[in-house]
Every structure is written in structure tokens, then in C-alpha cells.
Ligand binder design. Structure first.
Ligand code: PMP
Ligand code: GLN
Length: 386
């Protein structure tokens, strides 16, 4: 293996932390609040649309940019929820999940000698995408417990070599929803340094406090922003791997050029189903947010009762805890021991930091699970951590 990033990862984990922790959950028969996947399926009419698409013979390669009905539905969805305007022909690209959109964007838009500004903790595929393209990441730390960042540190992260900014809001793993003031500063810096922004908005329908702001809607940003989202998190079908990237035609064309040599295309019948999903009524979208907000409140209240210091998230379906409140300091050791100690799996967010010390005491629990599963996890933690 010649890519240093991949070599490091192979030595460190073998697989991603999510895969590793899910395997541990199975092995130890633990309640798995590690990897972020819902344990209930998404809307029945969307699943039915996928079955129908297969029965109707939509089973061969779809067009490279994605089927027209899905590109139209994505453009409609962005107009409906964010007031954005995209031409389904040329400004919308369907991808194999957000993961491919992000990796293809890094491969297409950055390379050796370029720098990409992002925040830490960062979703694991960001470091990978940047490294695979040969670029270097410049990381600004979100500081627990409120996940604020130093504006001067952000300013200083921009250099003459900066080529792109990679932003995730609502943010995994912290659950932070970037505020309007923070977004305005980010937008100003992108414009001042004339760089491309890639925004990962996969949790855009999981905002409980504050508001979701699409970076592309801020002044000067539409022409330089690639907006990424995914059906996995919107519809609780993470295994379908249907995502999309929207933006100016030349940015989308660049990403499409990289994408055609990664997967070319994927998920033909699921593309039909997601087109149906994106047109569901407000009752679905509002109901989904309300359901996850109730789960957030349920898990956070339960965790607080175990002695863990809970950092209540404003969005996403992840809640972080600081383990120093129970006398622990190293999240990796703690999470590796937790199945035996309590029969529960969580993710150590330390692995998403360059500044390992900053991330050491923080762990993440996913709450996109049935209420009885959340309750059982809390019961086990209560007993195991006592
Ligand atoms: N970005 C973030 C922040 C995520 O948490 C995830 C996991 N869903 C992804 C991207 C990847 O999304 P997908 O499964 O659509 O590739
Ligand atoms: N997005 C999921 C999470 O944050 C993980 C997906 C994966 O396993 N790559 O937990």
C-alpha cells in the first residue's frame, strides 16, 4: 500500500472505527449505540417504491448523473426547504451516498500542495478524502462543551495554499448546528480567499435547536459551493447509499468526472424510490425531526442519570459525553472496555481529532434506535458504571 493515509489506517484499526465497534457489539452481544444507523426502516411508501421500481425493470445502469426524476426531486427539495435554485440538468449529481460525493469532490477539486480547511472532530471520511487526493487538511478545533471555535484560529487556517473548505452542519460527531454568525464568518473567509466550499448537510432534517443554514444561501456563496446531502439519513435507509451534490455546473461537472471512475453509477431502483421520498409531505419531515428530538431527550436524560456529563446535541442523531465526570480520561480505552463493563457500545471521538488530547475524554452515542433499546442501554450503563 503506497498511500500513507491508508497505511496508517490499516495499522491503526484495520477498518473504520464504526465497523470495528459494530463488530465488537455483535461479538459481545452489546447494545450498539456506536455506528449511526437507525434500527427501524424509513417510510413504507418509499420502501414500496423501491420494490415497484425493481418489478418495473429499473435494474440496469442509470444515467451517469442520476435518473431525471431524482435530479428533479432533489432540485425541488432544495427549493422547498432551503430556497435554493438548481437546474436538474447540470447542477445536480446523484452519487453513491454522501461519501462518494465528498470523496469525488476532494479528488476533483484538490490535489498535492493544496490545503483544505475543516473542523475537528471531523467525520472520518473527510481526512480520508483529503488524503486520497494528496491535499493536506488544516483543522480548526471545536471546543467542548459548547463546540465553539476561535474565529482567529479559523482565519489563521486559511493560507495562500487553501483550495477548499469542508463544512459539516449539523455536525457529526458533536451534534453542533453552526450559528448564523459562525456561518457568516465562514462564508466571508471563503469569498475573501476565493475558494470552493463543500458542505455536508446529511443531517439537515435533524435540527432540534437553532436553524439549519445552507452555506450556499449566504452572500457570495452560491457560485462557489457544492452542497451535499443523502437519503441515508433523511429516510433511514442508510444501506441504499443514494446521495447527491448540487452546485454550479462547472463544479458539478468536475465531481461527475471523478465519480464516473469511482462507481460510475449505483442503486437504480433506489433512485426511483428516493425521488418519491423527497416529495413526501411536511408531515413526514416534521414527524421525523420530532421523533428524533424525543429520542435525543430520552437518551440524554438517561445518560445524565449514569453520572456521565452529557453534551446535549442541537442536531444529528448523536449525543456526546465527557467521561471525566466518572473519573475516566481515555475514550478509546473506555469504549473498548465498555462492552464487558456494561454491555453497551459507543464510539470514541478521539479518533476524529488531530489534537488527540482535546478529543480524549469525549465519546459518542447514537440515539436513532427504538425507545426500548435506548432504555436498555441506559439501564446497563447505570449498572455497569455504578
Ligand atoms: N457525512 C456525515 C457527516 C455522515 O455522518 C455520514 C454517515 N451517514 C456521511 C457523510 C455518509 O453518508 P452516506 O451514507 O450517504 O454515504
Ligand atoms: N455515518 C455513520 C456514523 O457516523 C457511519 C457510517 C460508516 O460506518 N461509515 O456513525
Amino acid at each position: 500500500m503506497s498511500n500513507p493515509f491508508l497505511t496508517d489506517r490499516l495499522q491503526e484499526f484495520g477498518t473504520t472505527i464504526f465497523t470495528q465497534m459494530s463488530a465488537l457489539a455483535v461479538e459481545t452481544n452489546s447494545v450498539n449505540l456506536g455506528q449511526g444507523f437507525p434500527d427501524s426502516d424509513g417510510p413504507a411508501e418509499v420502501a414500496e417504491a423501491a420494490r415497484r421500481a425493481i418489478a418495473d425493470g429499473h435494474n440496469q445502469y442509470p444515467p451517469l448523473p442520476g435518473i431525471a426524476p431524482l435530479r428533479e426531486a432533489v432540485a425541488e427539495h432544495r427549493r422547498r426547504f432551503r430556497g435554493q435554485d438548481f437546474d436538474p440538468d447540470g447542477e445536480v449529481l446523484v452519487t453513491a451516498g454522501a461519501t462518494e460525493a465528498l470523496a469525488a469532490a476532494m479528488l476533483a477539486l484538490t490535489g498535492p500542495g493544496d490545503e483544505v480547511v475543516t473542523f475537528e472532530p471531523y467525520y472520518d471520511s473527510y481526512a480520508a478524502g483529503i488524503a486520497l487526493s494528496g491535499a493536506t487538511r488544516r483543522v480548526v478545533t471545536l471546543q467542548a462543551p459548547d463546540w465553539s471555535f476561535d474565529p482567529d484560529a479559523l482565519r489563521a487556517a486559511f493560507t495562500p495554499a487553501t483550495k477548499a473548505l469542508l463544512l459539516n452542519t449539523p455536525h457529526n460527531p458533536t451534534g453542533k448546528v453552526f450559528s448564523r454568525d459562525e456561518m457568516m464568518l465562514i462564508a466571508e473567509l471563503c469569498c475573501e480567499h476565493d475558494i470552493v466550499a463543500v458542505t455536508d448537510e446529511v443531517y439537515e432534517h435533524l435540527v432540534f435547536d437553532g436553524e439549519h443554514i445552507a452555506l450556499a444561501t449566504l452572500p457570495g456563496m452560491a457560485e462557489r459551493t457544492l452542497t451535499v446531502s443523502s437519503a441515508g439519513k433523511i429516510f433511514s435507509f442508510t444501506g441504499w447509499k443514494i446521495g447527491w451534490a448540487c452546485g454550479p455546473a462547472e463544479l458539478v461537472a468536475a465531481v461527475r468526472t471523478a465519480k464516473q471512475f469511482l462507481t460510475f453509477v449505483s442503486g437504480a431502483p433506489f433512485q426511483h424510490a428516493v425521488a418519491v421520498g423527497l416529495r413526501l409531505g411536511d408531515d413526514f419531515f416534521d414527524g421525523y425531526t420530532a421523533e428524533m428530538k424525543a429520542k435525543r431527550d430520552r437518551l440524554c436524560a438517561g445518560l445524565a442519570g449514569t453520572g456521565l456529563e452529557v453534551l446535549v446535541p442541537e442536531g444529528t442523531y448523536f449525543a456526546s459525553c465527557d467521561i471525566r465526570s466518572i473519573g475516566e480520561t481515555n475514550g478509546i480505552d473506555f469504549c473498548l472496555g465498555l462492552p464487558e463493563r456494561a454491555g453497551v457500545v459507543a464510539v470514541p471521538t478521539m479518533v476524529f481529532y488531530d489534537d488527540r488530547e482535546a478529543g480524549a475524554p469525549i465519546i459518542r452515542f447514537a440515539f436513532c434506535k427504538k425507545d426500548e433499546v435506548l432504555d436498555e442501554a441506559v439501564r446497563r450503563l447505570g449498572a455497569g458504571l455504578a
